[in-house]
Design a protein around this ligand. Structure first.
Ligand code: ATP
Ligand code: MG
Length: 414
């Protein structure tokens, strides 16, 4: 028996209505905020992610699914996230010459070789959005508002927006040296990964998951205390915008994106009651990435939301799955001739857009009626010799137990 690969999921029809509901909310909200859908390939040249996600990140160093292409002998990776591909596509299609801002959203699966647990899998699904060509705080507020609106429309509460600014290339060097001297004084206690991070990418020490490092990180200098005037102003305006929009937040110095091309605003939405993997959405400004990937400089901000964790949050709050669709009509038949007629009429009605079922497995009439009841059909219709001869039958309303006589060849459902 061949089984699915560890860390992947099958979503069966009893759960897909929930996925579809969430996806519909995401698509509709993205549309209302003016984002167009972008679809990019599931795999890309590995180098794109090395440069676009960062070759010092865990994602690239430890989690990527990379293989050598059969005929070209080059390295290819399954996408671990969406942003790098969107930026590549934007550059490749010359979208930088279009009027700004450019707004894209996507619903994709991503692949990361991580230890599977609740809220963490190896193939997972993301709703992401990216906004290019605007460096205003209003653009940041728009992104945050879009993510919040998805949670609001899903009826989710207990989600807290954690907000921070990590500055820009002007204020980063000061902050960086403050970090290096702080963590340097705790060097011996740091985990091995953090010891190397200390030289290469000290910002990443702030989100190390090891208990000792995260305890040390609590006392670290805070980015917000090192912001230059422009970054300070940007952050203040953003918080004023959020206040005005009625979007609550906490300023959280522990939220960082430890790469050079991440700038200024970074944020996470964290859900109560879903365990350790509680970040349902993460995002931030990455004003340096387009240039890093070969385009002309273009400010940008984006976020990605994990569907599995949204589902965990919905479940934790007891928000029910949408009710599954039930057939409008079940046509029961007695005898071979009637069975043929049932299939033909079912097909005629389906062509009018109705959800109609009839027997396909040779149940007795009694079993068919029982089945119609079980699947919750709104109406039933019984076909026997008499009905075939007169081409008329009774359409029974299962809820009111009333019936109306209909013409088999012309009737439609009320
Ligand atoms: P984490 O710290 O939880 O590993 P991350 O910083 O690696 O998150 P991002 O790259 O920011 O995550 O991805 C955005 C969102 O995608 C996360 O907030 C989370 O909701 C979801 N996500 C990331 N990795 C996984 C995974 N392996 N399984 C399920 N969802 C994931
Ligand atoms: Mg991760």
């Amino acid at each position: 028996m061949i089984q699915k690969i560890k860390g992947t999921i099958d979503v069966l029809p009893d759960e897909t209505p929930l996925y579809r509901k969430i996806e519909t909310v995401m698509r509709e909200e993205a549309k209302n905020y003016g984002f167009g859908e972008i679809r990019t390939p599931t795999f890309e040249n590995t180098e794109l992610f090395e440069r676009g996600v960062g070759d010092t990140t865990d994602v690239v160093q430890k989690e990527m699914y990379t293989f050598v292409d059969r005929d070209e002998n080059r390295r290819i990776s399954l996408r671990p996230e969406g942003t790098a591909s969107v930026v590549r596509a934007l550059i490749e299609h010359g979208c930088q010459s279009e009027p700004m801002p450019l707004k894209y959203y996507y619903l994709i699966s991503c692949f990361r070789h991580e230890a599977p647990q609740a809220g963490r899998s190896r193939e997972f699904f993301q709703f992401g959005a990216e906004l290019f060509g605007a460096d205003s705080p209003a653009a940041d507020a728009t992104m945050i508002a879009l993510a919040s609106s998805v949670f609001r429309r899903l009826g989710l509460s207990g989600i807290t927006l954690h907000l921070n600014s990590i500055g820009c290339k002007n204020c980063r060097p000061n902050y960086r040296s403050a970090l290096v001297s702080y963590f340097g004084s705790h060097r011996e206690q740091l985990c091995d990964t953090c010891k190397t991070r200390l030289e290469k990418n000290p910002l990443r020490l702030l989100d190390c998951k090891s208990p000792i490092c995260s305890e040390i990180a609590k006392g670290a200098p805070k980015t917000v205390d090192y912001l230059c005037e422009d970054c300070k102003k940007h952050f203040n305006t953003l918080t004023r915008l959020l206040d005005g929009m009625g979007i609550a937040y906490v300023v959280d110095p522990a939220i960082v994106r430890g790469l050079d091309y991440y700038t200024r605003t970074v944020f996470e939405f964290i859900a109560d009651g879903i365990g350790a993997q509680s970040t349902v959405c993460g995002g931030g400004r990455y004003d340096g990435l387009v240039e890093e990937l070969g385009g002309s400089p273009l400010p940008a901000i984006g976020f990605a939301m994990g569907l599995t964790r949204v589902i965990l949050a919905l479940r934790a709050q007891g928000i029910a799955d949408p009710t599954p669709d039930v057939p409008r009509l079940y046509i029961a038949a007695l005898g071979d001739e009637a069975s043929v007629a049932a299939s033909v009429i079912t097909e005629r009605l389906r062509r009018t857009g109705a959800f109609v079922e009839c027997d396909l497995v040779g149940r007795s009439l009694k079993a068919q009626m029982k089945y119609a009841n079980k699947i919750g059909a709104d109406y039933t219709l019984i076909l026997g010799d008499n009905e075939l001869a007169s081409r008329r039958a009774f359409l029974r309303d299962m809820k009111n137990s009333t019936q109306t006589e209909v013409d088999l060849d012309t009737f439609t459902l009320p």
